[in-house]
Write a protein that binds this ligand. Structure first.
Ligand code: F6R
Length: 249
């Protein structure tokens, strides 16, 4: 571990694989200790190595049969079925472990706030995995999102749609224009947060977290007030963020 800024612990790994192993081991330890753990899951590239480690853990004997999961977000009107976030989770995690599909949850665009009630009724998320957007978004909470926000519908910004066009035949016009996402207040109800940044395009928002600067312009900075937040960074991201902050490498 590198250091603690307020309640955020920064953990640095040499590369994506090592980062995924470290963060994945933390999740496996949680599930071993509490087989009924409630996990908050994310899609995108950031958690892939964590999911690989969880799949390995399953092969080594850790069971997810009683685990419940709540995904952060889902597209609305996604034109390519295999690009829905449920399909992503099926491919990258659910099909590789013994989780019971009826215990896996995604927000419902027709009744967004019911998701917060469902999470509360389950006893709240024990550990929420987060990636971070280049603009500092978490879930699909884009800059300016209220910190009081619960699960809600969100128009996607040009920057986020551009970043995701790679999954839609590199055609931004095919990228959905709206999503449903846990809000910042929903995310903050998780008992523990594990945020992963493993590519240097995320250096700007990570630099903001390292400065301990709290601003609605960087939605992830709400995590500075979370009581139990681990930030996993690859070394290149850490060095790039330090350089942005004018610190010597
Ligand atoms: C995905 C999500 C997003 C991503 C973020 C980073 O469920 O909520 O906030 O975590 O856009 O995406 P990647 O990991 O693809 O760089």
């Amino acid at each position: 571990m590198l250091g603690v800024i307020r309640n955020m612990r920064f953990i640095i790994a040499k590369d994506k694989k090592e980062l995924g192993t470290k963060a994945g081991d933390a999740i496996l330890a949680l599930v071993k200790g509490n087989p009924e753990a409630i996990l908050g899951l994310a899609t995108g590239s950031s958690p892939l190595e964590i999911y690989d480690r969880m799949a390995e853990g399953y092969k080594e004997g850790v069971s997810f049969a009683k685990v419940k999961s709540f995904n952060l977000d889902e597209y609305i009107n996604c034109p390519i079925e295999k690009e829905t976030y449920r399909a992503f989770m099926e491919t990258n995690l659910f099909s590789k472990i013994d989780i019971d599909r009826k215990n896996t949850h995604f927000p419902d665009a027709n009744n967004p706030e019911a998701y917060d009630d469902k999470i509360a009724a389950a006893g709240y998320v024990d550990l929420q995995i987060l990636g971070i957007g280049r603009n500092g978004h978490i879930g699909f909470n884009e800059p300016g999102t209220s910190r009081d926000s619960k699960t809600h519908l969100i128009p996607l910004t040009e920057s986020t749609r551009k970043a995701n066009a790679r999954f839609f035949c590199n055609d931004i016009n095919m990228v959905p224009t709206e999503a449903v996402s846990m809000g910042l207040a929903t995310i903050m109800t998780a008992k523990k947060i594990v945020l992963v940044a493993n590519d240097t395009t995320k250096a700007e928002p990570i630099a903001c977290l390292l400065r301990n600067e709290s601003t609605l312009d960087v939605p992830a900075s709400v995590l500075e007030t979370h009581p139990d937040c681990d930030i996993y960074l690859t070394e290149d991201v850490y060095l790039a963020a330090k350089a942005i902050n004018g610190e010597v490498k």
